[in-house]
Design a protein around this ligand. Structure first.
Ligand code: ADP
Ligand code: MG
Length: 436
Protein backbone atom coordinates (compact mmCIF):
# COMPACT_ATOMS: atom_id res chain seq x y z
CA UNK A 1 0.00 0.00 0.00
CA UNK A 2 1.15 3.52 -0.80
CA UNK A 3 1.97 5.90 2.03
CA UNK A 4 -1.06 8.08 2.77
CA UNK A 5 -0.57 11.76 1.99
CA UNK A 6 -1.57 12.79 5.47
CA UNK A 7 -1.83 10.62 8.51
CA UNK A 8 -2.95 11.41 12.04
CA UNK A 9 -2.21 8.83 14.70
CA UNK A 10 -3.79 9.11 18.15
CA UNK A 11 -3.74 12.87 17.93
CA UNK A 12 -4.80 14.78 21.03
CA UNK A 13 -5.24 18.46 21.71
CA UNK A 14 -6.43 20.47 24.69
CA UNK A 15 -7.11 24.14 25.16
CA UNK A 16 -7.24 26.13 28.36
CA UNK A 17 -10.67 27.29 29.45
CA UNK A 18 -11.45 30.54 31.24
CA UNK A 19 -10.62 29.13 34.66
CA UNK A 20 -7.22 27.98 33.45
CA UNK A 21 -8.02 24.29 33.43
CA UNK A 22 -7.25 22.27 30.32
CA UNK A 23 -10.14 21.07 28.21
CA UNK A 24 -9.59 18.14 25.93
CA UNK A 25 -10.85 18.98 22.44
CA UNK A 26 -9.39 16.08 20.46
CA UNK A 27 -8.50 12.67 21.82
CA UNK A 28 -7.18 9.65 19.97
CA UNK A 29 -7.91 11.00 16.51
CA UNK A 30 -6.86 8.55 13.82
CA UNK A 31 -7.21 9.61 10.24
CA UNK A 32 -5.62 9.03 6.87
CA UNK A 33 -6.02 10.93 3.65
CA UNK A 34 -4.97 9.01 0.57
CA UNK A 35 -4.08 9.89 -2.97
CA UNK A 36 -7.09 10.45 -5.18
CA UNK A 37 -9.81 10.71 -2.58
CA UNK A 38 -12.23 13.29 -1.31
CA UNK A 39 -13.12 12.80 2.33
CA UNK A 40 -15.90 14.62 4.13
CA UNK A 41 -15.90 15.18 7.85
CA UNK A 42 -19.26 15.73 9.54
CA UNK A 43 -19.82 16.61 13.15
CA UNK A 44 -21.53 18.95 15.55
CA UNK A 45 -20.20 22.41 15.92
CA UNK A 46 -17.58 22.57 18.61
CA UNK A 47 -16.54 18.97 18.12
CA UNK A 48 -13.02 19.96 17.08
CA UNK A 49 -13.18 19.68 13.28
CA UNK A 50 -11.48 23.02 12.63
CA UNK A 51 -8.87 22.22 15.24
CA UNK A 52 -8.11 18.94 13.49
CA UNK A 53 -7.78 20.74 10.15
CA UNK A 54 -5.46 23.33 11.60
CA UNK A 55 -3.29 20.57 13.02
CA UNK A 56 -3.24 18.82 9.64
CA UNK A 57 -2.23 22.03 7.91
CA UNK A 58 0.57 22.47 10.43
CA UNK A 59 -0.92 25.74 11.65
CA UNK A 60 -1.04 24.54 15.25
CA UNK A 61 0.80 21.64 16.88
CA UNK A 62 -0.88 18.59 18.34
CA UNK A 63 -0.28 17.93 22.04
CA UNK A 64 0.11 14.22 21.54
CA UNK A 65 0.20 11.65 18.78
CA UNK A 66 1.76 11.83 15.34
CA UNK A 67 1.00 14.00 12.35
CA UNK A 68 2.65 12.71 9.21
CA UNK A 69 2.79 14.33 5.80
CA UNK A 70 4.01 11.93 3.13
CA UNK A 71 5.26 9.73 5.94
CA UNK A 72 7.30 12.45 7.63
CA UNK A 73 6.47 14.30 10.83
CA UNK A 74 4.90 17.69 10.24
CA UNK A 75 6.53 20.49 12.20
CA UNK A 76 5.02 23.64 10.75
CA UNK A 77 2.84 24.87 7.91
CA UNK A 78 3.15 22.32 5.12
CA UNK A 79 3.93 23.60 1.67
CA UNK A 80 1.68 21.15 -0.11
CA UNK A 81 -1.39 21.77 2.04
CA UNK A 82 -3.76 24.69 1.52
CA UNK A 83 -6.83 25.63 3.44
CA UNK A 84 -10.08 27.37 2.49
CA UNK A 85 -11.99 28.99 5.32
CA UNK A 86 -15.67 29.61 5.89
CA UNK A 87 -15.00 33.28 6.51
CA UNK A 88 -13.12 33.68 3.21
CA UNK A 89 -10.43 35.58 5.15
CA UNK A 90 -9.57 37.97 2.32
CA UNK A 91 -7.66 41.19 2.78
CA UNK A 92 -10.23 43.93 2.11
CA UNK A 93 -7.68 46.49 0.89
CA UNK A 94 -6.12 44.17 -1.68
CA UNK A 95 -7.52 43.46 -5.13
CA UNK A 96 -8.58 39.97 -6.13
CA UNK A 97 -5.29 39.53 -7.98
CA UNK A 98 -3.20 40.63 -5.00
CA UNK A 99 -5.19 38.50 -2.59
CA UNK A 100 -4.54 35.47 -4.76
CA UNK A 101 -0.84 36.29 -5.14
CA UNK A 102 -0.19 36.67 -1.45
CA UNK A 103 0.97 33.13 -0.73
CA UNK A 104 3.28 33.11 -3.73
CA UNK A 105 4.75 36.42 -2.71
CA UNK A 106 5.43 35.02 0.74
CA UNK A 107 7.36 32.22 -0.92
CA UNK A 108 9.51 34.78 -2.73
CA UNK A 109 8.24 34.16 -6.25
CA UNK A 110 9.13 36.94 -8.71
CA UNK A 111 6.27 39.34 -9.58
CA UNK A 112 5.83 38.38 -13.23
CA UNK A 113 5.61 34.68 -12.46
CA UNK A 114 3.22 35.04 -9.58
CA UNK A 115 0.99 37.39 -11.59
CA UNK A 116 0.73 34.73 -14.27
CA UNK A 117 0.02 31.96 -11.81
CA UNK A 118 -2.63 34.08 -10.06
CA UNK A 119 -4.28 34.87 -13.37
CA UNK A 120 -4.52 31.18 -14.19
CA UNK A 121 -6.08 30.39 -10.84
CA UNK A 122 -8.52 33.27 -11.18
CA UNK A 123 -9.58 32.03 -14.59
CA UNK A 124 -9.87 28.44 -13.42
CA UNK A 125 -12.31 29.38 -10.68
CA UNK A 126 -14.41 31.52 -13.01
CA UNK A 127 -13.43 35.02 -11.94
CA UNK A 128 -11.80 36.28 -15.15
CA UNK A 129 -12.22 40.00 -15.48
CA UNK A 130 -12.42 40.58 -11.74
CA UNK A 131 -8.68 40.67 -11.12
CA UNK A 132 -8.75 44.33 -10.18
CA UNK A 133 -11.89 44.22 -8.02
CA UNK A 134 -11.83 44.65 -4.27
CA UNK A 135 -13.49 41.99 -2.09
CA UNK A 136 -16.30 44.34 -1.04
CA UNK A 137 -17.30 44.74 -4.68
CA UNK A 138 -17.95 41.01 -4.98
CA UNK A 139 -20.87 38.82 -3.93
CA UNK A 140 -20.33 36.22 -1.20
CA UNK A 141 -20.02 33.44 -3.74
CA UNK A 142 -17.40 35.33 -5.71
CA UNK A 143 -15.46 36.17 -2.56
CA UNK A 144 -15.27 32.52 -1.70
CA UNK A 145 -14.07 31.84 -5.24
CA UNK A 146 -11.20 34.19 -4.45
CA UNK A 147 -10.58 32.22 -1.27
CA UNK A 148 -10.39 29.04 -3.33
CA UNK A 149 -8.20 30.61 -6.03
CA UNK A 150 -5.83 31.69 -3.29
CA UNK A 151 -5.57 28.09 -2.11
CA UNK A 152 -5.31 26.61 -5.63
CA UNK A 153 -2.63 29.03 -6.79
CA UNK A 154 -0.26 27.28 -4.39
CA UNK A 155 -0.86 24.10 -6.39
CA UNK A 156 -1.46 22.18 -3.21
CA UNK A 157 -1.43 18.42 -3.06
CA UNK A 158 -4.02 18.60 -0.32
CA UNK A 159 -6.93 20.99 -0.14
CA UNK A 160 -8.61 21.40 3.23
CA UNK A 161 -11.99 23.09 3.06
CA UNK A 162 -13.39 24.19 6.40
CA UNK A 163 -17.13 24.73 5.95
CA UNK A 164 -16.20 26.61 2.83
CA UNK A 165 -19.79 26.72 1.58
CA UNK A 166 -21.59 27.32 4.86
CA UNK A 167 -21.66 31.09 4.69
CA UNK A 168 -23.15 31.06 1.20
CA UNK A 169 -26.79 30.74 0.24
CA UNK A 170 -27.79 27.26 -0.82
CA UNK A 171 -27.71 27.70 -4.58
CA UNK A 172 -24.44 29.60 -4.60
CA UNK A 173 -22.89 26.95 -2.38
CA UNK A 174 -24.06 24.18 -4.69
CA UNK A 175 -22.72 25.91 -7.78
CA UNK A 176 -19.34 26.35 -6.22
CA UNK A 177 -19.29 22.78 -5.01
CA UNK A 178 -20.10 21.53 -8.50
CA UNK A 179 -17.38 23.68 -10.02
CA UNK A 180 -14.82 22.31 -7.62
CA UNK A 181 -15.87 18.75 -8.34
CA UNK A 182 -15.56 19.44 -12.04
CA UNK A 183 -12.04 20.80 -11.62
CA UNK A 184 -11.21 17.73 -9.58
CA UNK A 185 -12.73 15.22 -12.00
CA UNK A 186 -11.20 16.82 -15.06
CA UNK A 187 -7.75 16.88 -13.55
CA UNK A 188 -7.31 20.60 -14.16
CA UNK A 189 -5.93 21.06 -10.68
CA UNK A 190 -2.87 19.50 -9.14
CA UNK A 191 -4.73 18.60 -5.97
CA UNK A 192 -4.42 14.93 -5.06
CA UNK A 193 -6.75 14.79 -2.09
CA UNK A 194 -9.45 16.96 -0.60
CA UNK A 195 -10.83 17.04 2.92
CA UNK A 196 -14.14 18.83 3.26
CA UNK A 197 -15.44 19.74 6.69
CA UNK A 198 -19.14 20.30 6.60
CA UNK A 199 -22.25 20.19 8.68
CA UNK A 200 -24.34 19.58 5.61
CA UNK A 201 -25.03 15.90 5.10
CA UNK A 202 -26.09 16.31 1.49
CA UNK A 203 -22.91 18.18 0.67
CA UNK A 204 -20.83 15.42 2.20
CA UNK A 205 -22.62 12.67 0.32
CA UNK A 206 -22.51 14.56 -2.98
CA UNK A 207 -18.78 15.19 -2.78
CA UNK A 208 -16.99 12.52 -0.87
CA UNK A 209 -15.58 9.06 -1.42
CA UNK A 210 -15.66 8.59 2.34
CA UNK A 211 -17.79 10.32 4.93
CA UNK A 212 -16.38 10.42 8.43
CA UNK A 213 -18.52 11.24 11.42
CA UNK A 214 -16.89 13.07 14.23
CA UNK A 215 -17.94 12.64 17.84
CA UNK A 216 -17.75 15.49 20.36
CA UNK A 217 -16.34 15.92 23.84
CA UNK A 218 -13.65 15.01 23.07
CA UNK A 219 -13.58 15.01 19.30
CA UNK A 220 -12.62 11.84 17.49
CA UNK A 221 -13.62 9.90 14.40
CA UNK A 222 -16.62 7.80 15.35
CA UNK A 223 -17.96 6.32 12.15
CA UNK A 224 -17.02 5.97 8.55
CA UNK A 225 -19.09 5.36 5.47
CA UNK A 226 -17.74 4.85 1.99
CA UNK A 227 -19.54 6.31 -1.01
CA UNK A 228 -18.98 4.42 -4.22
CA UNK A 229 -21.45 6.28 -6.43
CA UNK A 230 -19.94 7.70 -9.61
CA UNK A 231 -19.65 11.48 -9.97
CA UNK A 232 -21.36 13.70 -10.93
CA UNK A 233 -24.04 12.54 -8.54
CA UNK A 234 -27.68 13.35 -8.82
CA UNK A 235 -29.12 14.86 -5.63
CA UNK A 236 -32.50 13.23 -6.13
CA UNK A 237 -31.14 9.83 -7.11
CA UNK A 238 -32.03 6.81 -5.04
CA UNK A 239 -28.40 6.10 -4.26
CA UNK A 240 -27.78 9.58 -2.87
CA UNK A 241 -31.03 9.65 -0.89
CA UNK A 242 -30.26 6.26 0.64
CA UNK A 243 -26.81 7.40 1.70
CA UNK A 244 -28.13 10.61 3.21
CA UNK A 245 -30.56 8.47 5.18
CA UNK A 246 -27.72 6.29 6.27
CA UNK A 247 -25.61 9.21 7.47
CA UNK A 248 -28.56 10.67 9.36
CA UNK A 249 -28.88 7.30 11.03
CA UNK A 250 -25.24 7.24 12.04
CA UNK A 251 -25.30 10.82 13.26
CA UNK A 252 -28.33 10.25 15.42
CA UNK A 253 -27.34 6.83 16.70
CA UNK A 254 -24.89 8.48 19.05
CA UNK A 255 -26.13 11.22 21.28
CA UNK A 256 -25.20 14.54 22.77
CA UNK A 257 -22.29 12.68 24.30
CA UNK A 258 -21.61 9.99 21.81
CA UNK A 259 -19.83 6.87 22.85
CA UNK A 260 -20.92 6.99 26.43
CA UNK A 261 -24.67 6.67 26.48
CA UNK A 262 -27.51 6.15 24.05
CA UNK A 263 -29.84 9.03 23.33
CA UNK A 264 -32.47 7.69 25.68
CA UNK A 265 -30.19 8.20 28.63
CA UNK A 266 -28.73 11.55 27.69
CA UNK A 267 -28.12 13.51 30.84
CA UNK A 268 -26.96 17.03 30.35
CA UNK A 269 -24.55 18.73 32.69
CA UNK A 270 -24.91 22.33 33.75
CA UNK A 271 -22.06 23.57 31.60
CA UNK A 272 -22.90 21.61 28.44
CA UNK A 273 -23.70 23.13 25.09
CA UNK A 274 -27.36 23.15 24.16
CA UNK A 275 -28.66 22.37 20.68
CA UNK A 276 -29.43 25.54 18.74
CA UNK A 277 -33.16 25.07 18.48
CA UNK A 278 -35.63 27.72 19.48
CA UNK A 279 -38.98 26.79 20.96
CA UNK A 280 -40.94 27.96 17.92
CA UNK A 281 -38.99 25.64 15.69
CA UNK A 282 -39.45 22.77 18.12
CA UNK A 283 -43.20 23.39 18.18
CA UNK A 284 -43.28 23.51 14.40
CA UNK A 285 -41.54 20.18 14.06
CA UNK A 286 -43.72 18.54 16.72
CA UNK A 287 -46.83 19.72 14.87
CA UNK A 288 -45.52 18.52 11.56
CA UNK A 289 -44.59 15.16 13.03
CA UNK A 290 -48.11 14.65 14.31
CA UNK A 291 -49.69 15.30 10.92
CA UNK A 292 -50.13 13.28 7.75
CA UNK A 293 -48.14 11.69 6.23
CA UNK A 294 -45.89 11.26 9.24
CA UNK A 295 -48.36 10.38 11.97
CA UNK A 296 -45.74 10.39 14.66
CA UNK A 297 -42.74 9.00 12.79
CA UNK A 298 -40.63 10.64 10.11
CA UNK A 299 -37.59 9.96 8.08
CA UNK A 300 -35.29 12.88 8.92
CA UNK A 301 -34.28 13.83 5.35
CA UNK A 302 -37.95 13.85 4.35
CA UNK A 303 -38.84 15.94 7.37
CA UNK A 304 -36.04 18.36 6.50
CA UNK A 305 -37.62 18.90 3.11
CA UNK A 306 -41.13 19.31 4.50
CA UNK A 307 -40.01 21.74 7.17
CA UNK A 308 -37.58 23.82 5.10
CA UNK A 309 -34.85 23.31 7.66
CA UNK A 310 -31.37 22.28 6.64
CA UNK A 311 -29.82 19.09 8.02
CA UNK A 312 -27.94 20.92 10.68
CA UNK A 313 -30.95 22.82 11.93
CA UNK A 314 -33.14 19.74 11.92
CA UNK A 315 -30.56 17.70 13.81
CA UNK A 316 -30.42 20.43 16.44
CA UNK A 317 -34.21 20.46 16.76
CA UNK A 318 -34.24 16.65 16.94
CA UNK A 319 -31.66 16.68 19.69
CA UNK A 320 -33.64 19.28 21.58
CA UNK A 321 -36.85 17.27 21.30
CA UNK A 322 -35.04 14.12 22.37
CA UNK A 323 -33.51 15.91 25.29
CA UNK A 324 -36.92 17.04 26.53
CA UNK A 325 -38.47 13.63 26.07
CA UNK A 326 -40.86 14.59 23.26
CA UNK A 327 -39.28 12.37 20.64
CA UNK A 328 -36.61 9.78 20.19
CA UNK A 329 -34.36 8.88 17.33
CA UNK A 330 -34.01 5.52 15.73
CA UNK A 331 -31.88 4.80 12.68
CA UNK A 332 -32.44 8.15 11.00
CA UNK A 333 -36.11 8.40 11.97
CA UNK A 334 -37.57 10.69 14.56
CA UNK A 335 -40.47 9.25 16.51
CA UNK A 336 -42.86 10.99 18.87
CA UNK A 337 -42.85 9.59 22.40
CA UNK A 338 -46.17 9.13 24.23
CA UNK A 339 -45.42 12.47 25.91
CA UNK A 340 -44.87 14.07 22.51
CA UNK A 341 -48.12 12.56 21.23
CA UNK A 342 -49.98 13.90 24.23
CA UNK A 343 -48.26 17.27 23.93
CA UNK A 344 -49.50 18.03 20.45
CA UNK A 345 -53.07 17.19 21.42
CA UNK A 346 -53.24 19.75 24.23
CA UNK A 347 -53.80 23.51 24.17
CA UNK A 348 -51.12 26.15 24.48
CA UNK A 349 -51.28 26.66 28.21
CA UNK A 350 -50.94 22.94 28.88
CA UNK A 351 -48.11 22.70 26.36
CA UNK A 352 -46.18 25.47 28.04
CA UNK A 353 -46.62 23.89 31.46
CA UNK A 354 -45.35 20.55 30.15
CA UNK A 355 -42.46 22.23 28.36
CA UNK A 356 -41.51 23.96 31.63
CA UNK A 357 -41.64 20.73 33.62
CA UNK A 358 -39.50 18.88 31.10
CA UNK A 359 -36.96 21.70 31.18
CA UNK A 360 -36.65 21.59 34.96
CA UNK A 361 -36.12 17.87 34.80
CA UNK A 362 -33.76 17.59 31.84
CA UNK A 363 -31.94 20.87 31.31
CA UNK A 364 -29.76 21.68 34.32
CA UNK A 365 -28.94 25.17 33.07
CA UNK A 366 -32.61 26.16 32.94
CA UNK A 367 -33.27 24.57 36.33
CA UNK A 368 -30.26 26.39 37.76
CA UNK A 369 -31.49 29.75 36.50
CA UNK A 370 -34.96 29.13 37.87
CA UNK A 371 -33.69 28.05 41.27
CA UNK A 372 -31.36 31.01 41.34
CA UNK A 373 -34.29 33.35 40.75
CA UNK A 374 -36.40 31.67 43.41
CA UNK A 375 -33.66 32.10 45.97
CA UNK A 376 -32.84 35.67 45.08
CA UNK A 377 -34.77 38.24 47.16
CA UNK A 378 -35.54 40.52 44.24
CA UNK A 379 -36.47 37.62 41.98
CA UNK A 380 -34.31 38.91 39.18
CA UNK A 381 -30.76 38.25 38.09
CA UNK A 382 -28.61 39.55 35.27
CA UNK A 383 -27.79 37.13 32.46
CA UNK A 384 -24.06 37.95 32.76
CA UNK A 385 -23.99 36.01 35.98
CA UNK A 386 -24.92 32.81 34.12
CA UNK A 387 -22.70 33.65 31.21
CA UNK A 388 -19.72 33.82 33.55
CA UNK A 389 -20.62 30.48 34.98
CA UNK A 390 -20.86 28.91 31.53
CA UNK A 391 -17.55 30.40 30.50
CA UNK A 392 -15.85 28.07 32.95
CA UNK A 393 -16.65 25.15 30.72
CA UNK A 394 -17.38 26.65 27.31
CA UNK A 395 -15.79 29.25 25.11
CA UNK A 396 -17.61 32.56 24.97
CA UNK A 397 -19.49 31.92 21.72
CA UNK A 398 -20.73 28.52 22.92
CA UNK A 399 -21.60 29.96 26.31
CA UNK A 400 -23.64 32.74 24.72
CA UNK A 401 -25.40 30.28 22.50
CA UNK A 402 -26.27 27.94 25.37
CA UNK A 403 -27.58 30.83 27.44
CA UNK A 404 -29.63 32.19 24.55
CA UNK A 405 -31.24 28.80 24.05
CA UNK A 406 -31.86 28.32 27.79
CA UNK A 407 -33.50 31.74 28.01
CA UNK A 408 -35.69 31.07 24.98
CA UNK A 409 -36.78 27.71 26.34
CA UNK A 410 -37.33 29.00 29.87
CA UNK A 411 -39.48 31.89 28.62
CA UNK A 412 -41.54 29.51 26.54
CA UNK A 413 -42.01 27.14 29.47
CA UNK A 414 -42.98 30.17 31.60
CA UNK A 415 -40.21 29.51 34.10
CA UNK A 416 -38.89 33.02 33.78
CA UNK A 417 -39.08 36.25 31.83
CA UNK A 418 -36.32 38.10 30.13
CA UNK A 419 -35.80 41.75 29.36
CA UNK A 420 -34.06 42.04 26.02
CA UNK A 421 -32.99 45.62 26.74
CA UNK A 422 -31.44 45.16 30.14
CA UNK A 423 -30.44 41.48 30.03
CA UNK A 424 -32.26 40.88 33.31
CA UNK A 425 -33.95 37.54 33.89
CA UNK A 426 -36.81 37.46 36.37
CA UNK A 427 -39.53 35.21 37.72
CA UNK A 428 -42.89 35.51 35.97
CA UNK A 429 -45.18 37.87 37.89
CA UNK A 430 -47.65 35.33 39.23
CA UNK A 431 -44.87 33.25 40.74
CA UNK A 432 -43.20 36.37 42.04
CA UNK A 433 -46.27 37.14 44.12
CA UNK A 434 -46.55 33.57 45.36
CA UNK A 435 -42.93 33.46 46.50
CA UNK A 436 -43.20 36.73 48.41
P1 ADP B 1 -15.61 22.77 15.16
O1 ADP B 1 -14.80 23.23 14.02
O2 ADP B 1 -15.96 21.31 15.13
O3 ADP B 1 -16.85 23.60 15.35
P2 ADP B 1 -13.42 23.76 16.77
O4 ADP B 1 -12.27 22.93 16.39
O5 ADP B 1 -13.52 25.12 16.19
O6 ADP B 1 -14.77 22.94 16.51
O7 ADP B 1 -13.46 23.91 18.33
C1 ADP B 1 -13.50 22.81 19.22
C2 ADP B 1 -13.48 23.31 20.64
O8 ADP B 1 -12.20 23.84 20.91
C3 ADP B 1 -14.47 24.41 20.90
O9 ADP B 1 -15.07 24.21 22.14
C4 ADP B 1 -13.64 25.65 20.91
O10 ADP B 1 -14.17 26.58 21.78
C5 ADP B 1 -12.31 25.15 21.39
N1 ADP B 1 -11.21 25.93 20.81
C6 ADP B 1 -10.86 26.00 19.51
N2 ADP B 1 -9.79 26.79 19.34
C7 ADP B 1 -9.46 27.25 20.56
C8 ADP B 1 -8.43 28.12 21.05
N3 ADP B 1 -7.52 28.66 20.24
N4 ADP B 1 -8.40 28.36 22.38
C9 ADP B 1 -9.30 27.79 23.21
N5 ADP B 1 -10.28 26.97 22.82
C10 ADP B 1 -10.37 26.69 21.51
MG1 MG C 1 -15.19 24.74 12.64
Amino acid sequence: MRTPIVELKSVGKSFRSADGSARSVLEGVNFTLKDGEIVALLGQSGSGKSTMLRIMAGLIPADSGDVLYRGLPLYGPADGISMVFQSFALFPWLTVQKNVELGLEAKGMPPAERAERAEQAIELIGLSGFDGALPRELSGGMRQRVGIARALVMEPEVLLMDEAFSALDVLTGERLREDILELWESGQISTKAILVVSHNIEEAVMMADRVLIFASDPGRVRDELSVTLARPREVESQGVRALIDNVYGLMTSGSMRPGRVTEKEVKLQLGDRLPEADSARMEGILELLGEEPFNGRADLPLLAEESDLNDHELLDVSRALTLLGFAHLERGDIILTPLGQQYIRTDNAARQATFGQQLLEHVPLVAYIRHGLEQDKSGDLHEDLFLKLLCFSLNEADARSALRVAIDWGRYGELFEYNFNTGVINLPEAVDAAVE
